[in-house]
Design a protein around this ligand. Structure first.
Ligand SMILES: Cc1cc2nc3c(=O)[nH]c(=O)nc-3n(C[C@H](O)[C@H](O)[C@H](O)COP(=O)(O)OP(=O)(O)OC[C@H]3O[C@@H](n4cnc5c(N)ncnc54)[C@H](O)[C@@H]3O)c2cc1C
Length: 305
């Protein structure tokens, strides 16, 4: 039943007509519980509230299906606006970006140049940028671009997904660059050819990745709502005298809010991923796919609106 629901919402997440329709209607069906606002200016008060509670953030301008060069340049300018607003409003926030929204499916040089523009601006304001990892077909290109940018910028990191068979090798391959990596289980539907399908295998691989990356002495963001992963990291760091300055926990906006605060109160760094933008539909559907309990949000939202 759970697999059916996951597949159903992942299928819906790719539906372009529904995506178009959602853009017209603003944050509906409970989406405001997991999305910061329809644009960055609307998200600023949300981020300020999180910062006041001791939670730092990373913000993600939602956007899928970007197909033209002009659109990618427009997205780049919007990222610059976000970075300048973070600096002006003195928000404790980083930025997350998806390479497809900056031209990954169009042209390698285009996406590279858009990223350089964003990273130059971010560097000027001391802001760190994480390149989100998308589906497996884009993994190698994303890592290649990350490596190219890392040679030039220190304020860039990326994400490795534990459901992919390749991920431990990727961590080893990137080791020399001392990368700041966000480690996740992975949010897309992938085939048995490239990815573990069983939760226990994905979990075990994530633990191995956390261990490896921390023992390599590289900064690690553990992005998971799973107590098993959080407790494993705490215990492993304690047993191996790994400083709390070398890792942080990350969770999505609106998920496990009490646990987020508990981690802050226990003295851990906790970063909340706050998505914003009127292209919220695909993101929202993926959250529903991950956790059928989130569907309750939607039902409540429908009856409220
Ligand atoms: C900050 C952040 C950034 C991310 N970036 C990316 C990315 O770039 N690319 C990508 O592919 N994926 C990304 N993801 C998504 C990630 O890959 C997973 O799909 C997602 O986090 C679900 O996995 P999980 O580890 O949180 O727990 P799951 O394996 O989904 O759940 C395990 C257990 O955790 C508990 N749990 C989970 N969610 C909740 C909840 N809402 N409330 C209460 N308990 C809960 C439950 O006990 C559940 O059984 C990101 C996730 C986060 C948090």
């Amino acid at each position: 039943m759970e697999a059916l629901s996951r597949n159903f919402f992942l299928y819906l997440s790719k539906n372009k007509s529904l995506n178009k329709m959602a853009k017209r209607y603003g944050l509906k069906f409970g989406a405001s519980k997991v999305v910061g606002g329809i644009d960055f200016d609307c998200a600023v008060p949300v981020i300020k509230k999180l910062n006041e509670k001791g939670l730092c953030t990373t913000v993600d301008h939602l956007g899928e299906f970007v197909k033209s060069m002009d659109e990618t340049r427009e997205r780049t300018l919007q990222e610059i606006h976000t970075i300048q607003t973070i600096a002006r409003e003195k928000l404790d926030s980083q930025v997350s970006v998806k390479l497809t929204s900056l031209g990954l499916d169009i042209d390698y040089n285009l996406v590279f140049e858009n990223m350089r523009t964003i990273l130059n601006e971010a560097q000027e304001h001391g802001i760190f940028v994480t390149i989100d990892m998308e589906d497996e077909s884009r993994c190698q290109a994303t890592l290649d671009i990350f490596k190219g940018l890392k040679a030039e910028f220190s304020n860039v990191g990326t994400v490795i997904q534990s459901y992919l068979y390749r991920s431990l090798d990727d961590i080893n391959d990137l080791k020399e660059l001392s990368p700041n990596l966000r480690l996740v289980k992975g949010a897309y539907k992938e085939s048995t050819e490239v990815a573990y399908q069983e939760k226990k295998d994905v979990d075990e691989n994530l633990k191995k990745m956390i261990k490896n990356h921390l023992l390599n002495g590289n900064y690690t963001a553990i992005a998971s709502h799973d107590d098993q992963m959080i407790n494993f990291t705490k215990q492993f760091a304690k047993e191996n005298n790994i400083s709390r300055d070398l890792f942080e926990f990350q969770m999505l906006y609106g998920m496990r809010t009490q646990t987020q605060l508990d981690l802050v109160n226990q003295g851990y760094k906790m970063r909340v991923y706050v998505p914003y933008g009127n292209d919220w539909y695909g993101y929202f559907m993926r959250r529903l796919a991950e956790r059928p309990a989130n569907v309750a949000f939607v039902l409540k939202g429908i009856f409220k609106s």
